[in-house]
Design a protein around this ligand. Structure first.
Ligand code: ADP
Length: 720
């Protein structure tokens, strides 16, 4: 009986296409195949097979099978689920799942092997070679080295037929975790949490846990033991750990290496294509038992995934905002469901969504209430910048300056935290008042002194800082407004000329190795003052760091989107949580112009529960997540009229659905980006509404003009 293969292509197409299975090819679901698409030949994956020959138009045949490891059926299910959830085409998540295959497989290596033929003339040198070759194929050079003879001897044996050239697979050995190494002795609350999760693993099937422990309580130690339990219980089990930052990946890789004697597989955008290929294959065939990576590791071809850990689960970086839009925390739970695995969400400041799920009993709630050992949470002080302002043109208040000097005197380390890259966030002309903007975009240019350039952080546009105002032509009239980390560094150097000062931001640290070097030198005490953006504020463990100063605690409260309070609390609790993680007590100072704000009061009192309760009440009142669902439509285009006509048509086509409210269209706060105007709708729905279904149906009701691009963002984090 002839069969039809549904082939999904990693491209923006609405569904899988049907092709005929040629006789004798014997395809299976998950096979990689080449198929014709119009005039082109493209690669895809077989997602289903059924008997039949198609309708009255003959189907084109599959051309051939590509010899790559099969995509597991669970990954196909996951890709389809993710596409539906994100209201996007399945080709995008498929492309993510195939990312490791872009690089060709490692080529087999040339070697020589014994044939059994005896050479005509035997010499002591030849005997040594034949003896060394007993162990199996080796490269000619290696064989000569092992036998201690010249290359000519080996060549002579090949010429006489005693050895023959063969191809062997490239070395793909992957270090395996050593489960006999001793575990860290857990303290009683860590042990209780680890035991409970080990029991959940033993029970099997999909389960979820929220590992909720203050900074420094030892959450990492706990999930290392849960990973050990998973790997021990099943010799084929695989473990995935997701982290929000590449810099953190490095630190956690190190902890796993220490615990299991072998480095896990690493997966993120900084990993080279050949290593990605190797990682992908090792995950697919089960040699990779532990993977540590960024959100995209969720799409790897695990065949026996037993445990997913999402560390710093509250972190906004788990939301991918470009290309295929998804929230990795939610997809991690979905993948665990498909795999029948345990998912552990870990954080000191969990998202309100996860806290709500824990509260409702959907996630097992495991709390670690205290820091490990004698370490205490830092004392948090608020500095009222209205009462004790810095000197004009400066950014550190006298109170903070004094605290830093005291810390320096004691030989301890300080972290000055400001979540803003560059030197100054705004450049203004003193003569005409013009603020320098990115061309064709609603975005200020940020001054970077290290490079002498003005940079748009939104579009990547940059230019040399001009000497005259581009608007009025006045010379030397441009002034830098406000601080970024580079400016704080400048001030710190001026105030503490003898201190060793370093800056940690994405402008000073470009890759994982650089991040690791800086983190190591901080941990080794080679830096006195670290000026850092959020890249350094999370997760890290610096034993001698006892002071954290937050330059602008109000920064992320401005703008006031729905998560502003939550995000500020999380970020500052993380940043202040870097201080005093070992024996020495820590202090944190938050500079603020609104010390009475509920978020700052909660940080000072270290009362997360009160903050969460107040925030939850407010969200419930307004029907916002986690009590309701949100989605956004962003339409953009260079032609203002066509865009306006489209959003009006879309508005008029809004389906009538119970429990759904649609707001808009409105000009987006970022109304212009790269010459494209932007409009937004916001949709709010009850928890029981199928919001992806509603959005898909709505979008289908209005034809999208060629010049307009429409993006649907389920559970938006950015409202720009
Ligand atoms: P978290 O992930 O909760 O921020 P970590 O796991 O990084 O905390 O632990 C903080 C510090 O305490 C680390 O230096 C860690 O090695 C140490 N620590 C935590 N638990 C233990 C333990 N049971 N025994 C020894 N050291 C521990």
């Amino acid at each position: 009986m002839p069969r039809i293969a549904s082939v999904l292509l990693p491209m923006p197409l609405p569904e899988a296409f049907d092709y005929a299975e040629p006789e004798g090819l014997e395809l299976a679901v998950g096979d990689h195949v080449s198929v014709p698409l119009g005039p082109r030949t493209v690669r895809g994956v077989v997602t289903a097979l059924r008997d039949g020959v198609g309708g009255n138009r003959r189907l084109k045949p599959v051309l051939n099978r590509v010899d790559d490891p099969r995509l597991p059926a669970n990954v196909i299910t996951f890709v389809e689920w993710a596409a539906r959830y994100s209201v996007d085409v399945p080709g995008w998540p498929l492309a993510m799942a195939l990312r490791g295959l872009r690089h060709p497989p490692a080529k087999p290596e040339k070697a020589v092997a014994l044939t059994g033929v005896q050479p005509g003339r035997m010499t002591p040198a030849r005997l040594k070679v034949l003896a060394a070759a007993q162990a199996g194929p080796l490269s000619a050079a290696e064989l000569a080295r092992q036998a201690g003879v010249s290359a000519g001897v080996v060549k002579g044996l090949v010429d006489e037929g005693a050895l023959e050239p063969v191809l062997v697979a490239a070395d793909e050995s992957i270090a395996q975790p050593d489960l006999t190494l001793p575990a860290q002795t857990l303290n009683p609350s860590q042990k209780a949490a680890a035991d409970e999760m080990a029991d959940m693993l033993a029970a099997g099937g999909f389960q979820a846990a929220l590992l909720d422990g203050v900074t420094g309580s030892g959450k990492t130690e706990v999930y290392l033991e849960v990973a050990a339990a998973a790997l021990e219980a099943d010799p084929a089990a695989q473990v995935l750990v997701l982290l929000p930052e590449i810099a953190l990946t490095q630190a956690v890789m190190g902890r796993f290496e220490q615990r299991f004697g072998a480095a896990p597989i690493e997966w993120h955008s900084g990993v080279s294509p050949p290593r990605r290929r190797r990682a992908w294959e090792a995950v697919a065939d089960g040699r990779a038992r532990i993977v540590v990576g960024a959100r995209s590791a969720l799409f790897l071809p695990f065949t026996n995934l037993a445990l997913i850990v999402v560390d710093e689960e509250h972190d906004g970086s788990f939301k991918q905002e470009e290309g295929f839009i998804y929230q990795a925390r939610d997809l991690a739970v979905a993948r665990a469901k498909i795999e029948g695995a345990l998912v552990v969400l870990a954080s000191a400041t969990p998202s309100l969504e996860s806290l709500w799920n824990a509260h409702q009993g959907r996630y097992r709630w495991l709390r670690l209430g205290a820091r490990h050992g004698t370490a205490q949470l830092p004392d948090v002080h608020l500095i009222d910048m209205r009462a004790t302002p810095p000197e004009p043109g400066r950014w550190l208040s006298p109170t903070l300056v004094k605290a830093v000097s005291l810390t320096l005197q004691k030989g301890e380390q300080s972290l000055l935290f400001l979540n803003r890259r560059g030197y100054a966030p705004l450049v203004l002309c003193r003569a005409c008042g013009e603020k320098l903007k990115s061309p064709d975009s609603d975005s200020w240019l940020v001054e970077h002194r290290y490079t002498g350039r003005l940079v748009c952080h939104l579009t990547g546009f940059s230019m040399k800082k001009p000497e005259a105002c581009p608007h009025c032509g006045a010379k030397d009239s441009l002034v830098s407004i406000g601080p970024g980390v580079e400016r704080v560094e400048e001030e710190a150097r001026y105030l503490f000329p003898d201190a060793r000062i370093a800056v940690f931001s994405s402008d000073t640290v470009f890759d994982p190795a650089g991040a690791r070097a800086l983190v190591d030198s901080m941990a080794a005490g080679e830096i006195d003052i670290l000026v850092a953006t959020q890249a350094a504020a999370k997760g890290h463990n610096f034993p001698n760091l006892t002071l954290v100063g937050v330059i602008d605690a109000d920064l992320s409260l401005r703008g006031g989107d729905l998560r502003a309070g939550e995000r500020t609390f999380q970020l500052l609790a993380q940043a202040t949580g870097r201080a005093g993680r070992h024996e020495k007590p820590g202090r944190a100072y938050l500079q603020t112009y609104s010390p009475e704000h509920a978020v700052l009061q909660a940080l000072k009192a270290q009362d997360r529960d009160a903050f969460v309760e107040a925030e939850m009440a407010m969200r419930e009142e307004a029907g916002l997540p986690p009590f309701g669902r949100l989605a956004a439509v962003i339409a953009s285009g260079p032609d203002a009229e066509a865009l306006e006509a489209y959003v009006q048509t879309l508005a008029a086509a809004t389906p009538n659905a119970e429990g759904v409210e649609v707001y808009g269209p409105a000009d987006a706060p970022l109304g212009l980006v790269r010459g494209r105007r932007r409009k937004r709708f916001l949709v709010r729905a009850g928890r029981n509404v199928d919001l992806p279904g509603f959005m898909a149906a709505w979008r289908a009701r209005a034809k999208i003009p060629n010049s307009v691009r429409v993006t649907i963002d389920i559970d938006p984090y950015s409202f720009l």
